[in-house]
Design a protein around this ligand. Structure first.
Ligand code: ADP
Length: 191
């Protein structure tokens, strides 16, 4: 049985930080769609050129492009014991596509951990990250757009998984290690 986790949360919730800790502990393959898009942009691939403006503006990349890219990443790792999906799915259509794709491989999502963070805290964190990240989409205008995309489109992914009985919320504010302990407890419960 594969251990396939979705780490869910708004921009700045700490998905990247907690993903890194999860990979180390569970030997999962980390798939961050944001990281993959940024690598394409840095390498000036065709895909990178198609998505760079959208990403810089804080808008979501169209589902068709994102889903195709994600499926390709999964297929690059046939030996994986499991995956941690970070920044994907961001729409219900993406969640459905992921279910169908994993199902076609005789697998599925094991569980979803949603990091709960207030909008106030998110704004503070991203302002700090901006100073070091060099990300065009971390400035305040673009951030507003990203948070808007989250509340318009991405939030609907939560009830999708809740209906499947796969959703667990974890408080994402506080000490990084303490948050990780809580996530670990949830993930150990999946196995
Ligand atoms: P954040 O730090 O806001 O969670 P990410 O690094 O996950 O951001 O993603 C950065 C940007 O990449 C998003 O604002 C969006 O433009 C694009 N992106 C990443 N993942 C997806 C996805 N699953 N669907 C559509 N667009 C995506």
């Amino acid at each position: 049985m594969m251990l396939n986790l979705v780490l869910f949360g708004p921009p700045g919730a700490g998905k990247g930080t907690q993903s890194q800790k999860l990979i180390d502990r569970y030997q999962l393959v980390h798939i961050s769609t944001g990281d993959i898009f940024r690598a394409h942009i840095a390498n000036q691939t065709d895909l990178g050129q198609r998505v760079s403006k959208l990403i810089a503006a804080g808008e979501l990349v169209p589902d068709s492009i994102t889903i195709a890219m994600l499926e390709e990443e999964i297929d690059k790792n046939p030996q994986a014991k499991g995956f941690i999906f970070d920044g994907f799915p961001r729409t219900v259509a993406q969640a459905e596509a992921l279910d169908r794709f994993l199902e076609s491989k005789g697998s599925g999502i094991t569980g979803v951990v949603a990091l709960d963070v207030t909008e106030e805290e998110l704004t503070v964190r991203i302002a700090k990250r901006k100073a070091v990240s060099n990300r065009a989409d971390d400035d305040s205008e673009k951030l507003k757009k990203r948070i808007e995309e989250y509340f318009n489109k991405t939030i609907h992914v939560l009830p999708y998984y809740e209906k499947q009985g796969k959703l667990t919320k974890v408080n994402g504010i506080g000490d990084i290690e303490a948050i990780f302990e809580e996530i670990k407890g949830v993930v150990d419960g999946f196995q």
